[in-house]
Design a protein around this ligand. Sequence first.
Ligand code: UDP
Length: 457
Amino acid sequence: MEIQGVGGRRRRIILVPFPVQGHITPMLQLGSILHARGFSITVAHTEYNAPHPSTHPEFMFHALSDGLGAGYDMSFDKILGAIYIMNERCKVPLVQYVENQTACGEEIACIIHDNIMFFVDAVATRLKIPGIVLATFSASYFQALTSIIPRFDAIFPYQDLMLEEPLPDLHPLRYKDGPFQPTQDNDIPEPIRDFFRITNDIRSAVACICNSIDYLEHSSLSKLQTHYKVPFFPIGPFHKLASSNSPTNLQEEDTSCLPWLDSQAPLSVLYVSAGSVAVVEKHAVVETAWGLINSGRPFLWVVRPGSVHGVQWTEFLPEGFQELVGDRGLVVKWAPQRRVLSHPAVGAFMTHCGWNSTLESICAGVPMICQPVFSDQLVNARYLSDVWKVGLEMEVIDRDVVERSVRMMMKGEEGKDMRKRVVDLKQKVESCVEKDGCSYKALNELVEFISSLHHKD
Ligand code: UDP
């Protein structure tokens, strides 16, 4: 279907992603989904972590001068500052770009922005163009935030002995699953509280799109809809609904792991990755390394350069690591994750439980060992282990626990049961994107909704 505007041209949607991998990927996938439904797509992106236009020749790309530049060091302690800089600096360039496009006769249907790029709301309001928020994370995390933010003072700081206690009104979450990274005294500093208040306020947005599935997160989605009072469109998993599977990775994939996987027995390999942002303590990865060595199982381990505190890449690996594991272990900097997860040799995923990784693993029918690091990962891990029961919670990271968890998942009864459940869940989730499935219907509603939007006068 062509969504035509004045003069028979397709109506254009402008997408503004937040420039980290886990947010860029779903935004580009959303672009592919909406392009296939007849809209023209422009990605208005920062210079920092700019997507590669050649991977999506069907889109227009426009770089916004972000005040950071391409080589900015977005390490964890600098990310908050960077977010405010981008939100300040990108405002004027986006206004100018949209005004130019409109002057050239483009009919802009709406601007869809990542909730972290909150400046877009002011731009959309000023230009009288409808704004829509994209939530790239789980609805359960989003809902937990909306519930906790007004209760910051009642919940924080909490005592250590409450870590295992349920978070009031947030079943199944415990204090320790709270979607923040509290300080050592279990508090949330004021600047972080402010950040969550700002990014969770959808302001004048007319709707919210979620990379979620009503079947999976019905309760959280309906609470969000009641709270925000705008339509929510759960049209996930995006990667299953996007007709083109154009690459979205910012980093170069090491595909040498694919022939290595070909040489491994079915369901024998543990895939290990902590995603694109998390930085972990050296102690934790050393223990993980020993757990993998002692488990005796084949593994493919993504160690992103800079992902371990105080270490450039794999210098933390125990002496003699390669001799100890031989051909049974492969370490790479960045893997083609979706191809890895769908490889018949992969039997389980030790994951940080980022939302994209969670959905990709469910859709590949691969059970998980949960090693969350911070933020939404803690909530996702709890849902994986306690609600969907397709993930094994790893309470502490020491070599014995890692070894036991790997053995249990790869060979034990618990692992077998979990694999059965995840294969069942995969089928259910995949049926959601088929004709008449809940995500498919939500997408039709979204297309109709966007088509009916008009500039606000
Ligand atoms: N990813 C990948 N190769 C890797 C590690 C990660 O392609 O070696 C991709 C993964 O498939 C996912 C994204 O990077 O789509 C990570 O997003 P997620 O939400 O799981 O975690 P984040 O990086 O945001 O913490």
